[in-house]
Design a protein around this ligand. Structure first.
Ligand SMILES: *Cc1c(COP(=O)(O)O)cnc(C)c1O
Length: 319
């Protein structure tokens, strides 16, 4: 298995130029005071389709052969990867079919259809999405692009951290939301190349700490679908590629509770005037509550996305 390198992240950044937004890095005096550090928030909630996932999907799809472009792309996703593949396919002019859970947030289902993709639904708790997707890919000759365990996907995700380091220089710590590890492994590749002494942390939901267990045991641990408000990080296991990079280049895996995510959502809304989805709050919650000493440090936090139904958002942040 050949692991992608920082060169692949740099190549992805060139492919994304003119297609992905270069998202802002925001500061907050209140956050700095709260943590006693200098915080740099990389705001992928302002990325196209509302999350960093556009980066990985576009990087992967833009490398399809003409034959692959003709039959199109198939993806399975609990939400943001679906929209990312659908939007990328539309930009590149190819068909897209997306396998999504029945109970995915309504806004995500609608947005995916809105980008012109065909949506196929399944029951997240009883059916195996990977098997369904592989059968469909075979029947239709479409190319399956997984949400995280793919060299081109994780290299694309790494471009967000690359932009952060390019803009603010070296950091002491970087906190990254963790589901299947595409964003974390790509970020770690960027950190090792651009800020070698920076400590890199993945932050996953407390209810589903398979990444933490895998990191500690040195092998990929599988768990049942965790019950958490962080719907973008309800993954059951890390990928082969993502785990190999995480094991080598990441310093630690932390967890955040749903209550801490809600607290972070409130903070972003109230103090920074931003709508951040629960999963997008993992990095900040980990920085705030993960037990890492941050006194006077330069700290990067990747806010991974902002796609949340308004009704759901209101319900979560209501006092
Ligand atoms: C997918 C997703 C994650 C997790 O990313 P992985 O690459 O699977 O670790 C985190 N936040 C948001 C908003 C996402 O859509």
């Amino acid at each position: 298995m050949q692991l992608p390198t920082y060169d692949d992240v740099a190549a992805a950044a060139r492919r994304l130029e003119g297609h992905a937004h270069r998202t802002p890095v925001l500061r907050s005096r209140t956050a700095d005071t709260l943590l006693g550090a200098q915080l740099f928030f990389k705001c992928e909630n302002f990325q196209r389709m509302g999350a960093f996932k556009f980066r990985g999907a576009f990087n992967a799809l833009s490398q399809f052969t003409p034959a692959q472009r003709k039959t199109g792309v198939l993806a399975f996703s609990s939400g943001n990867h679906a929209q990312a593949v659908a939007l990328s396919a539309r930009i590149l002019g190819m068909p897209a079919a997306i396998v999504m859970p029945l109970d995915a947030p309504a806004a995500k289902l609608a947005a995916t259809r809105g980008y012109g993709a065909e949506v196929i639904t399944y029951d997240r708790f009883t059916e195996d999405r990977q098997a369904i997707s592989q059968r469909l890919a075979l029947e239709r000759g479409m190319t399956l692009i997984p949400p995280y365990d793919h060299p081109d996907v994780l290299a694309g995700q790494g471009t967000a951290a690359k932009e952060l380091f390019d803009e603010v220089g070296e950091l002491d710590h970087l906190f990254v939301c963790l589901g299947g590890g595409g964003l974390l492994s790509g970020s770690a590749l960027a950190a090792r190349a651009l800020s070698p002494r920076c400590k890199v942390y993945g932050v996953e939901p407390q209810a589903g700490n398979d990444g933490q267990q895998s990191f500690q045991r040195g092998e990929i641990v599988h768990i049942n679908t965790p019950q958490t408000i962080a719907d973008g990080a309800q993954t059951q296991f890390l990928g082969q590629y993502t785990f190999a990079i995480i094991r080598r280049d990441v310093d630690d895996i932390l967890t955040a509770s749903d209550a801490q995510l809600v607290q972070a959502m409130r903070f972003f809304a109230e103090r920074m005037k931003m709508l951040v989805e629960p999963t997008g709050c993992l990095g900040f919650a980990g920085a705030q509550h993960g037990g890492v000493a941050l006194e006077s440090a330069r700290v990067g936090v990747i806010i991974s996305g902002g796609n949340v139904d308004l009704a759901r958002f209101a319900q979560l942040v209501a006092p």
